[in-house]
Every structure is written in C-alpha cells, then in structure tokens.
Design a protein around this ligand. Structure first.
Ligand SMILES: Cc1ncc(COP(=O)(O)O)c(C=O)c1O
Length: 380
C-alpha cells in the first residue's frame, strides 16, 4: 500500500513470466503499437505517444531535454518534492528557471500562474498533477486553460495521477504529459510513457540546437513509435507486453469507472482516517485520489508505526518524503487496489496505533470507511 510501485494483477504477472520475445517479432510489434494506442486513451489525447525504458524521472528529463534549449526560460510551478525536481532537471539542460512556489500542501493558484506567464517569455512551464510527497491534486484543468493562450509548453508530471484521476490532455490544453508504469497503471516499474500534442511536438521539431541527450531524444524515437519494425535501441519487450496487459485492464474497466473507483476509495479511506482522529496533509478539497498523505499524530513514532503494520500485519505503507519525513505517512490506494486491501490497511493502522498508545476505538475507522464505501459498492 505504498504510493508505487503498486501491486500488479495476476494477468500482468502471467505475461511477464513468458519467454523473452524478439523486438522484431510480430507479437511484439503488434503489442507495442496497441500499447501506444492505449497510452493515447490513457492521456485522453490524439497526440504523439512514446514508451521508453526508464523510470518516471527519465520521462521528466526527456520532456525537458527535448523542449528546452540552453538559455530558454522555464516557469517551474512547485508545491512539493517532485515539483521541485523539475528545476534541477531544467538547470541540468541549460534552461533558466523561474520558480513559482506554493506551500507544500496548498494547491497551485492558476491566477498566479497566469500572471507569471504574462510577465515573461517562457518556453515552458512545469507542473505536478499529483505531488506524491504531499498528496495534493493540483487544479490542472484551470492551469491548462491559462497556459493554452501562451507560447509556453505546459509540461505535466502525471506519474501519481493518470490512470487514477481525471486528466484530459487535449480538452484541458496540456501539451506534454508523462507518467511511469508503476503507479495507477498497475504495471511494474521500468517504463515511462509520454504524450506530446502538436504544439509540444512542433517545438521539439523546430529546435535550433541538438538535444543534449542521445537516448532520450524523442526525434530519434519518433519513427519507432509509428513503426516498431525499425531500430534505434532495443525496447524492453517483456515489460512492454506486461504494460500492454495492464493498459488493457484499464480499458476493460473503463477510464471513467476507474476514476470513480479511485475517488470512492480515497473518500472512504479519508472518512476512516477522520473517524480515528487523523488529519490529511493536503488542503481540503484538493486531496489526491491515488494516495493519502496523513499527519502522524503527536506522540507516535512513524517508523515504529510502519514497522508494526508491516511486521505484525503484513501491510506496507510509506513514510513522509523530503521535509515531511517523520511528520506524515503515505498510503497508496491506486491501480489494482481492492476493497479488501483498503479495509485491511485501515484495520492494521488502527491496531498499530492502539498498540503504540494512541487512543481510539478499534473498528471506528473501518466502520466509517465501510459506511462511506457501501453506496458506491451498491451502485457499481
Ligand atoms: C509525482 C512523481 N513524479 C515523479 C516521480 C519519479 O518517478 P520515478 O521514481 O519512477 O523516477 C515520482 C516517483 O514516485 C512521483 O511520485
């Protein structure tokens, strides 16, 4: 129950256990093209999809390496650990960073983004869909709207959001979105998925200088993503076919149903947290549906809490990230997560807290979670 890597469906595991196939095989070529098509469905775009071997951070780096040229100005809009990562990547590629910083736990204010964009000549802006460190879901639709009227390429890290929360790339005017395979998609870590719309692709194609990254140069990969019969570098064939199965599972569930399930699960989990007196870290109304970031109550040691849950109950959750280390715990509830996972986690949290001296009535968290979840389960 950590916010990624998440558990993987037995259907995906079965594919991953098959003998290695050649990247020239018909099976792989067909599978790769289908995975790319489903990637467009995932991001809700008619744009250009890419699947590369590498983690989410490679996707972030590929975005910057391809869009930004030395000396270009980039507005890094940040309100958490991963938001802050962007500026390091931009600087590594010679871009000039302008920070627009919001407090951790507070959402990005699109009006301030609009103001900043109107003041400067920005090549791009970077923003998080969900920042996994704080559990915030930023108002992407509004941010897309203010970026749309400008020349800046709106680059979105959707690693902890897409597949679990609404993201409509074309409708919302987001120009370049990316994710990793290991979170709400329900595949193992190792792949990054990116989509670029015509605006972003046009910027990449009209660069004056070469991309300072050989492997992540999207123009080298472009022809392969259209026709995998070609060769640039060997794709991770088994991983791509495993991802394809995970994407098929998403398509079978239906993206909207999946968003609804994640929302219902996260609201139920928060109801349980509230019933045992635990507070959410992100501002009310902006909580992510994929991960809950929870304040550790006074007098409880978070490492001990997590140890008890893991060793006594077999439930693994994550600790706080960056400056929230020791202050928060993080529970991922995305991808293939089930009602049983959710209730077991709440039950384990209650028992572990109680055994560490925190006052609560056992069962109150699970009860509140069930009360909140039942209407959704009855209608779905
Ligand atoms: C929101 C977000 N962005 C980027 C990353 C980086 O992805 P990776 O660890 O796969 O490189 C993570 C990883 O947890 C993340 O949660």
């Amino acid at each position: 129950m950590i916010p990624g890597p998440t558990m993987v469906s037995p259907r995906v595991l079965r594919i991953l256990s098959k003998p290695v196939v050649s990247h020239w095989s018909e099976e792989f070529k067909r599978g790769f093209l289908e995975a790319l098509e489903l990637t467009r469905m995932l991001f809700q775009t008619e744009g250009h999809p890419f699947i590369l071997s590498g983690s989410g951070t490679l996707g972030m780096e590929a975005a910057i390496a391809n869009v930004v040229e030395r000396g270009d100005r980039v507005l890094c809009v940040e309100n958490g650990f991963f938001g802050e990562r962007w500026s390091e990547i931009v600087e590594a590629h010679g871009g000039v960073v302008e920070h627009l910083t919001f407090q951790w736990g507070e959402p990005i204010d699109p009006r301030l983004v609009e103001e900043k964009l109107s003041e400067g000549d920005y090549k791009a802006l970077t923003v998080e869909h969900v920042d996994t460190s704080t559990g915030i879901a930023n108002p992407l639709e509004e941010i897309g709207r203010v970026a749309r009227g400008t020349d800046a390429v709106c680059i979105v890290d959707a690693v902890c959001g897409v597949g679990g929360m609404p993201l409509k790339m074309d409708e919302w005017g987001l120009d370049l979105c990316l994710t990793g395979s290991q979170k709400a998609l329900g595949a193992p870590p190792g792949l990054t998925l990116l989509c670029l719309n015509e605006k972003a692709w046009g910027v990449v194609e009209s660069r004056r200088t070469p991309v300072a990254d050989y492997f992540a140069d999207l123009r080298r990969w472009g022809p392969i993503m259209k026709d995998p019969s070609g060769y640039f570098a060997t794709p991770p064939t088994g991983m791509v076919l495993g991802l394809l199965e995970a994407l098929r599972l998403i398509a079978e569930e239906g993206l909207e149903n999946r968003w609804r399930r994640h929302r219902a699960f996260s609201e139920a989990f928060r109801a349980g947290l509230g019933a045992i007196g635990l507070g959410s870290f992100p501002a009310e109304g902006y909580e992510a549906h994929t991960v809950s970031v929870v304040k550790v109550p006074e007098g409880v040691d978070d490492a001990e809490l997590r140890r008890v849950m893991r060793e006594r109950h077999g439930v693994t959750i994550a600790g706080g990230l960056g400056r929230l280390k020791g202050k928060t715990i993080r529970v991922g509830h995305m991808g293939t997560v089930t009602v049983a996972d959710l209730t077991a986690t709440m039950s384990s949290l209650e028992m572990a807290l109680k055994s560490l001296g925190y006052e609560l009535r056992l069962g109150s968290g699970v009860g509140a979670l069930e009360e909140r979840l039942l209407p959704y389960l009855s209608e779905s």
